[in-house]
Design a protein around this ligand. Sequence first.
Ligand SMILES: [Zn+2]
Ligand SMILES: [Zn+2]
Length: 177
Amino acid sequence: MSKQTQLRALRPNVGDLLRKPVGSSQMLEVNLQAGELPEGFHVEILEGRLRLTCTSQGIWVNGALNGTVPAECARCLAPLSLHIGVELEELFYYPASSAPNPSSCVIGEEAFLELAQPVWEQLELNVPLRPLCRADCRGLCGQCGKDLNLGDCGCREERIDPRLAVLQQLKKTTAEE
Ligand SMILES: [Zn+2]
Ligand SMILES: [Zn+2]
């Protein structure tokens, strides 16, 4: 499939569907690789199926997508691929003037369903704030920077939680006064 065709998977034209009776639906297959996705989409793979249903208010979109998002481990900085599931349930109002508020998803006169923004928002919501390469990742030594998953570095100072270190520093300062 050409790049342009692929991009249409997140921007299908629903002009025909809108003319069908309420309750009509069609499936949208999404299978996109990095480089085929809109700019700003930091996703390696995005795939899944969405159902588009014609309602009296517009098009109801529901379904699940799976994305692979590049990230790095919050402790050892190793590159990671995060597998993120996205559930989408969104009503796109048509005509756009019928939308109840400015943040509602709408379908313009050209009848393109602009899925990129809502999909990206859901993906971002599901990306963990501190992804880890594994639950027990030992991280990097605060002294020498060695990856402690590869073995001890021999630094003698015990590793302390940076938050505790601040407390200890505070105590020390208070004691010196
Ligand atoms: Zn790690
Ligand atoms: Zn060290």
